[in-house]
Design a protein around this ligand. Sequence first.
Ligand SMILES: [Zn+2]
Length: 60
Amino acid sequence: MAYGAHRSPLLPPRPDLALARDCEQCLGWGTVVTRDGDHELCHLCQPDPVTDEDTAASGS
Ligand SMILES: [Zn+2]
């Protein structure tokens, strides 16, 4: 495997499987696969993670 050939996507922080359990979007996985093939937290059942970008953007 050639790691570093492309930007490795951020692995999703642990999805809350309890929340994902009844979710039809991610089918209980807590993550969904984007068109780019990346995994990301399911937006329907997982709470939005607080990103550093938000923090940086709001603090002027
Ligand atoms: Zn979900």
